[in-house]
Each structure stands twice: as C-alpha cells, then as structure tokens.
Design a protein around this ligand. Structure first.
Ligand code: CUA
Length: 152
C-alpha cells in the first residue's frame, strides 16, 4: 500500500541523511594529521593513538605532553593532571565540531578545529586547580562544557 511505500521512502531519506552526516564528520578529519598532501586518510585521527588514548605523558627530557580531546560536551582526560614546575605541550583536537580550550586565568586559550591539532606549550609552577572552559559555541551543551587542570 501507499503507507508502506511512504515508510520505506522516509527510511531511505533517514539513512541517506545519516550517511551524509557521517561522511561530513569523517571528511573533516583529513586535514592536518596527514602531512603528505598526496595521500588522504580520513581515519588518520581515529587511528592516532595520542587521541584514541587521551593522556599526559612524560618525555625523556623531563617535559610533558598532554593529548586532549575536546568533544560535545566534555574534555578528555578530565581532570587533566600535571606536576608542578613542569613544562607541558598540549595537543588538542576535536572529533566533532569547533570547540575552544581555555584554561581560565592563564593565557592558554585556543580554538579547536575538528581534525586539526592545536598545539601550545605551557609552564606550570605552583600547585593549584584551574578551570577549563569551551569558549566557542558548540551546541546545546556548550555552556556546560567544562573541565579541570590539576597542578599537583
Ligand atoms: Cu564545546 Cu562550546
């Protein structure tokens, strides 16, 4: 009957819509992780173990690297813990939409673009707790997108 036809047609439309959205999201992942312009690998970010396992890691030279994922609507890891008197290079990325990464009360404040990696090096001295906020409108949960950095 016509009813079934309409149902089938609307299902197709939904599947098509999801496919489009998925393609768009994955397509954005191409840009920056992949240095070589000739080969395009949309899964590069998904397979980048810095971001499949967000964390803080100590380097051989005693500095630290922090791999952070900003996504609707949280930061990972959270809280992010770093030692006092340390130098930390942040690598921040997003799997979904544009976010911000601001450590309140510091000059750490960057835009986080899907598929790209924002980098900044920060020195932490005294122990303390800092709030982290997203300062780019990223959707309904934007205002609740907060995290913490603990300097211990
Ligand atoms: Cu994420 Cu606003």
């Amino acid at each position: 009957t016509y009813e079934k036809l309409w149902l089938a047609a609307s299902m197709l439309l939904i599947v098509g819509f999801i496919a489009t959205v998925t393609y768009g999201a994955v397509g954005l992942g191409i840009a920056m992780i992949d240095d070589s312009e000739s080969s395009i690998n949309p899964d590069a970010l998904d397979e980048d173990d810095r971001f499949t396992d967000p964390r803080v890691e100590e380097m051989d030279d005693g500095t630290y690297e922090a791999y952070v994922v900003a996504e609707q609507y949280r930061f990972n890891p959270d809280p992010l813990e770093v030692p006092a008197n340390s130098t930390v290079t942040f690598y921040v990325t997003s799997p979904d939409v544009i976010h911000g990464y601001e450590i309140v009360g510091t000059n750490v404040n960057t835009m986080v673009i899907p598929g790209e990696v924002a980098t900044m090096t920060v020195e932490f001295e005294e122990p303390g707790e800092y709030g982290v906020v997203c300062n780019e409108y990223c959707g309904a949960g934007h205002h609740g997108m907060e995290g913490e950095v603990h300097v211990v």
